[in-house]
Ligand binder design. Structure first.
Ligand SMILES: [Zn+2]
Length: 415
């Protein structure tokens, strides 16, 4: 399953912020001054935190991630605190989460024991349901449409602006003329749309920012460099035009894999992500495709998961037949079938898992990854010959798969 590893994990953990290619680093903070008492902290070269300091204390917009070895980072709240000490004020009174991806909200519990933590109501609901999120860091002040805050002599407008997720908010510092926009925009890169986000809402959100703010405003995204209004207009144009290409291909009955194979965004590759390599043309096609197709049809893999939830081993085949009989009612995505297979395998439902991987191979016969996953499931359940046969098929399609080569060698040695 190597091919999907990074994408699946970031969908689950960071919801589309992709850090898995980043190398393990010491937690470090670089500080850039935005105005007399506002700073942009850049955490580990990746995440932006805006710190606003004054006589009332400190307000943070977003607060970074905790250390997680799987993501190559060490603990980060201490580095943020140390940087606040350097600017002479570490009394954190407010933390605002532009959204709840964990690279923006995971520091809540450690940085905010004495702070009011503000987020959109749907953001709090999401965090409350995440078992890996420290519940002490749940936002304790939420809103739905807008909220005004008066702090350090500044007037701060918070308003609901979904697109990247269903609960993004923008934060406008009126006197400083600074607007924090979270991950609604990934500067110099294709965008990021999480499973709860939506491409059309994203366009609407950027459009609203362009209408509401002028050339004198600085936009701080969740990552990378500050932007101006004219750059937002160019960004909106990219999202609109690439979405139109995906919608057109969809109307021509191209599925996701065909769109990617046909390289339908080949003229737009100057937007391939630099900071996040995963945000390339193929990743963007997938996000646009998902956000349009989801509105039209439910997921076949999700439906199969429901059908298999109560099925014993003997009923697995009939559940799959039932799904395929009504296949035109669903959208099919290889990655979702792959994930379902692994979820079943992890739950110990190996018969169902193997059948799901077999169906994936039938649906996507050109996918080395589908054979690789089936082989892994056979290997885990002791069917060595079948595992070897499927690793061989996978390697025929992708001779460069190191994990496949290693697994095959081990199986042959232990035969
Ligand atoms: Zn992010």
């Amino acid at each position: 399953m190597k091919k999907w590893m990074s994408f699946c994990l970031c969908m689950l953990f960071f919801s589309s912020c992709a850090f898995l290619n980043a190398q393990a680093k010491e937690a470090k903070v670089e500080s850039f001054r935005l105005s007399e008492n506002m700073y942009r902290f850049v955490l580990n070269d990746i995440v932006n935190i805006v710190a606003f300091s004054g006589p009332d204390g400190v307000l943070l917009v977003d607060d970074g991630f905790d250390g997680n070895p799987a993501f190559g980072f060490v603990h980060s709240p201490a580095a943020v605190k140390a940087e606040l000490k350097k600017i002479g004020n570490d009394r954190i009174r407010y933390i605002i989460n532009t959204h709840t991806d964990l690279d923006h909200a995971y520091g809540n519990s450690e940085l905010g024991p004495d702070a009011t933590i503000i987020a959109h109501q749907l953001g709090r609901e999401r965090l409350a349901g995440l078992s890996q999120f420290p519940q002490a860091g749940l936002p304790n002040l939420t809103f739905r449409d807008s909220l005004q805050l008066y702090f350090n002599g500044e007037e701060i407008d918070l308003f609901y602006l979904p697109g990247h997720t269903n609960h993004d908010i923008a934060v406008h510092f009126k006197k400083a003329k600074i607007v924090c926009v979270g991950d609604l925009i990934i500067p110099d890169s294709f965008g990021s749309i999480s499973p709860t986000g939506n491409a059309r809402s994203l366009i609407k959100a950027i459009d609203l920012l362009c209408q509401r703010f002028g050339a004198d405003v600085v936009f701080i995204a969740g990552h990378d460099r500050p932007l101006r209004r004219k750059e937002l207009l160019i960004y909106k144009d990219m999202v609109e035009k690439t979405l139109a290409i995906v919608v057109k291909a969809s109307k021509q009955n191209q599925n996701l894999e065909t769109m990617q194979k046909n390289d339908i965004l080949k003229d737009w590759k100057s937007w391939n992500g630099v900071l996040f390599k995963e945000l390339d043309a193929n990743g963007w096609i997938e996000m646009l495709y998902m956000s349009t197709i989801k509105a039209l049809k439910p997921s076949a893999a999700k439906r199969l998961g429901e059908l298999l939830a109560d099925a014993d081993d003997a009923a697995v085949q009939s559940a799959i037949r039932r799904l395929l009989a009504g296949r035109s009612a669903y959208y099919f995505l290889e990655r979702e079938f792959n994930l379902l297979g692994y979820n079943l395998l992890n739950e110990g439902k190996s018969v169902a898992a193997i059948e799901v991987f077999k169906i994936t191979v039938e649906l996507y016969p050109g996918s080395w990854n589908a054979y690789d996953s089936l082989a892994e499931a056979y290997a885990k359940t002791g069917s060595k010959e079948l595992a070897i046969a499927n690793y061989e098929k996978s390697l025929q399609q992708n001779p460069d798969s190191q994990s496949g080569k290693d697994a095959l060698r081990q199986l042959r040695e232990n035969k």
